[in-house]
Design a protein around this ligand. Structure first.
Ligand code: ZN
Length: 327
């Protein structure tokens, strides 16, 4: 599969006015040490690194640091068992009640814009970037960019602007993140809370997977300049948001588990040994059938490269919705 086709209202890349390196250097304040990033994460969190160090990561034998995003085999096993249990619970609950699983879902969205001050560099992005992000989500999840049609649509209910220097940048796994979310999170398990801001540790975003009991940590955190029209070169068409919401709807990375085992627990995403960066057309890291799914939203490629979910991922997200997030 090749690069993302030009479809509909996808914006061309190249609107950057600030280099990613500069942008990310400002995020280095108060970072969580990489080695502890995963252990510091709330259960089930996922973190996305930008690939500004992709060369170091990708050099043979020269990986700069362990990628903190992958779940262990045991964590996946536990999550899969939990979803099966949640489905059984709901099936029993429905017996005699006449309730049926949902086939289409409109997700209410609340966007929290975390700002250090009222400048753009301080996180004050315009409303237009946020409405563009919602459009990107709706196109991606409707299959309008070339992928499978999913059950999901997104409705922006509110933009909540918060100026609080102690929450800026948003530091993954910090007490400040917990405080921010505890103060701001709104709605039930079906409400998507998106937190925008500068992020710690070169991250583009992170997300929580669904859980049976609603946690105040539930939601997705996204680098504000990754929104459409943002300054994060190669990551400014809104697909960080699409990717993180995929996790929030229970998708794993396409490279989860590498070449062996159950991989990402989706049958129509070919196995992939490791994250793909940039847009390596023809990449094929596993002997199993199929090229690496580099155009899938759940890989790590450039926004201009990724444009699709598979039918299997669409099905998994809907199953998870009915297990975890449906009323
Ligand atoms: Zn991810």
């Amino acid at each position: 599969m090749g690069p993302r086709p030009n479809l509909l209202t996808r914006r061309a890349a190249g609107v950057a006015s600030t280099t990613l390196a500069l942008l990310l250097s400002t995020a280095a304040v108060g970072v969580v040490p990489a080695a502890s990033a995963f252990s510091a994460a709330p259960d089930g969190a996922c973190m996305e690194p930008a690939d500004s160090h992709a060369d170091a990561r990708m050099k043979p034998g020269g990986a700069a640091k362990h990628d903190p995003n992958e779940l262990t085999v045991n964590q996946v096993r536990e999550r899969e068992a939990d979803m099966a249990a949640a489905l059984r619970e709901r099936a029993n609950y429905r017996t005699g009640a006449g309730a049926t699983a949902l086939a289409t879902v409109t997700i209410p969205v609340v966007v929290h814009v975390i700002q250090e001050n009222t400048t753009r560099a301080g996180g004050n992005i315009p409303d237009s970037m946020i409405t563009s992000q919602i459009n990107v989500l709706n196109q991606a999840y409707a299959g309008a960019t070339g992928g499978a049609v999913t059950a999901f649509a997104f409705r922006l209910d509110r933009i909540n602007r918060v100026t609080n220097p102690s929450w800026y940048p948003i530091v993954q796994g910090s007490s400040a993140e917990r405080s921010m979310k505890s103060s701001l999170r709104t709605g039930g398990k079906n409400t998507l809370n998106i937190y925008l801001g500068e992020l710690s540790n070169n991250l583009l975003g992170w997300a929580t997977f669904p859980q049976r009991n609603l946690s105040s940590m539930d939601g997705v955190v996204v680098l504000s300049e990754s929104l459409p029209g943002g300054t994060s070169t190669n990551y400014n068409q809104g697909d960080t948001g699409t990717h993180e919401v995929g996790h929030w709807l229970n998708l794993y990375h396409t490279f989860q588990g590498g070449c062996g085992g159950s991989g990402d627990s989706v049958s129509d995403t070919p196995a992939e040994a490791s994250p793909a960066y940039q847009c390596p057309t023809g990449r094929n890291t596993c002997s199993a059938t199929g090229l690496d799914p580099i155009t899938n939203f759940m890989d790590y490629t450039y926004d201009s490269c990724m444009y699709q979910f598979t039918p299997g991922q669409a099905s998994r997200m809907l199953t998870a919705w009915n297990a975890y997030r449906a009323a």
